[in-house]
Design a protein around this ligand. Structure first.
Ligand SMILES: C[S@@+](CC[C@H](N)C(=O)[O-])C[C@H]1O[C@@H](n2cnc3c(N)ncnc32)[C@H](O)[C@@H]1O
Length: 477
């Protein structure tokens, strides 16, 4: 009989170690985290805490149940809290933020700021944002660099697998320790001191960031449904180093696909060797290595070199493969697209979605509109058109497209969600909340694991968790 008490100092009796090993293997698969043997006691401790909260005295029995029936979200939160390292602070690694301010943003602002109003958009993602200091540092950098930032359509997405960290990020209240490398003037400029000695971020900065749960080990990105496509810059710093090698490779390939052409991936200096992947070119700036989406022309000698995956910085340019692959996804060159042009509306929609996921928004819109010309009453086509317009920052048109989609199919939950996003981006919060709730009603009627084809097969349960997080519902905090 297993008799390990929940509060036993040994955590698990020796014969249950095999169970713990299996459980750690399962967790590694789900979260992508590297869980070496020395960390197994932490997992046992986390399960013990979760078991205590659930009034279950039998820890091995609890593990067996989770292995056979899956891990409920509350227990997963406890485990994630114990296993992830959330260390972060404002303007961590000044060289990276200097690169953003001085090298990445100015050309984007120049080229997009001089064109039509709908082109004035920037899309930045802090992936693995922890308690939000990185995302708010980006928001501050944007306010400093983009003179008329309020007239731009700025998407600043911040995601993490740790929902407790996201809840802190959404509050935007920080202790002294988060300001360990910034000046008192910086703090006074952007934060309000509270009576308890903590500091609250300026409301306008807070409103710039959307914090959402997203597990980088899952394939929920790039996807229009998670708003993770066509990114100009992705910060994924001090995250890859905690993942297993095969998850690192998959995550980097997906992050590459989440970038628009010419977009930037920022990792920390120690992770530079992990970010080497075809379709990302490494650029060296003072104190920092950046990765840019694209394929560099390189001299023949360099073409023969192989891409290092070790701890050393990668080569400055990654050889062209000559194959029509980008991040593992087939992308046809434009001239072949015309020759192999899809004739039916369904194929046109697929082409539009593929192009949108690759960041080619104008082409995607053109294909989507061709599909709609054939099937003008198609709710999914109208939804896709709205999603592309949303990413282009054409808010009013996106709202109209989503409304049109819902007119044809009022139960299309992804369109309700997207309409909520478009309205929220315009500050129409009450209306947005109404549509988020409609989306929740539809999604909760589905099995949590059901794939949503209109949202790149995102599981319904994951979208439920995202919307709950947006609405600040208790279960998501
Ligand atoms: C050390 S913090 C990095 C915070 C911030 N990026 C920085 O550099 O200051 C690492 C974060 O990665 C998150 N993380 C770990 N595994 C993850 C996964 N599979 N998906 C998403 N986030 C993950 C953790 O929850 C944690 O908040």
């Amino acid at each position: 009989m297993r008799s390990t008490a929940v509060n036993s100092p040994e955590l698990l009796d020796p014969e249950s170690h095999g169970l713990l090993e299996a459980f750690c293997g399962h967790l590694s698969g789900v979260l992508g985290l590297d869980i070496p043997r020395r960390r197994w006691p932490e997992v046992a401790r986390a399960v013990r805490v979760a078991a205590r909260e659930q009034g279950c005295p039998d820890v091995p029995g609890c593990i067996e149940r989770m292995l056979s029936q899956g891990i409920d979200p509350e227990t997963m939160d406890v485990i994630i809290h114990h296993l992830t390292v959330g260390e972060t602070y404002f303007f961590r690694d000044p060289a990276a933020f200097a690169a953003l301010r001085d090298h990445i943003l100015p050309p984007l602002i120049r080229s997009r700021g001089s064109g039509p109003a709908e082109g004035r958009r920037l899309r930045i993602w802090s992936a693995g944002c922890s308690t939000g200091e990185e995302a708010y540092s980006i928001a501050i950098a944007l306010q400093e660099c983009v003179p008329d930032w309020e007239r731009w359509h700025i998407t600043l997405l911040a995601t993490d697998v740790n929902r407790a960290a996201l809840a802190i990020a959404r509050q935007g209240v920080y202790r002294d320790w988060s300001f360990r490398t910034t000046s008192p003037e910086f703090r006074a400029r952007h934060f309000q001191r509270l009576p308890d000695g903590h500091y609250r971020i300026d409301e306008r900065l807070k409103a710039m960031v959307s914090f959402l749960p997203l597990n980088l080990a899952e394939d929920a990105y790039p996807a229009v449904g998670t708003n993770t496509t066509a990114m100009d810059v992705i910060f994924c710093r001090n995250v890859l180093m905690y993942l297993q090698p095969e998850h690192v490779q998959r995550a980097v390939a997906r992050l590459q696909r989440s970038l628009c052409e010419g977009g930037w991936l920022m990792v920390s200096a120690v992770e530079a060797g992990l970010a080497a992947t075809p379709g990302l070119v490494c650029e060296r700036l003072p104190g920092v290595l950046l990765f840019r989406k694209g394929e560099a022309a390189v001299p023949p000698a360099a073409r023969r070199s192989s891409v290092s995956k070790g701890g050393n910085p990668p080569p400055a340019a990654i050889p062209r493969t000559g194959r029509p692959f980008r991040g593992g996804e087939i992308v046809r060159p434009p001239e072949r697209e015309a020759a192999q042009a899809p004739a039916d509306a369904d194929s046109m929609r697929v082409t539009a979605r593929t192009l949108a996921n690759a960041g080619r928004l104008d082409d995607a819109l053109a294909w989507c509109e061709r599909a709609l010309a054939q099937q003008p009453l198609d709710a999914v086509g109208a939804y896709l058109r709205g999603s592309i317009l949303l990413e282009q920052g054409r808010m009013e048109e996106a709202v109209a497209a989503f409304r049109r989609s819902l007119y044809f199919e009022p139960g299309l939950a992804v369109a309700q969600f997207a309409l909520g996003n478009a309205l929220a981006a315009q500050g129409r919060d009450a209306q947005a909340a109404k549509h988020y709730r409609h989306a929740l009603t539809g999604l909760r009627a589905l099995p949590p694991g059901q794939a949503l084809p209109e949202a790149d097969d995102l599981p319904a349960g994951q979208l439920v968790r995202m919307i709950e997080a947006i609405l600040g519902m208790e279960s998501a905090a």
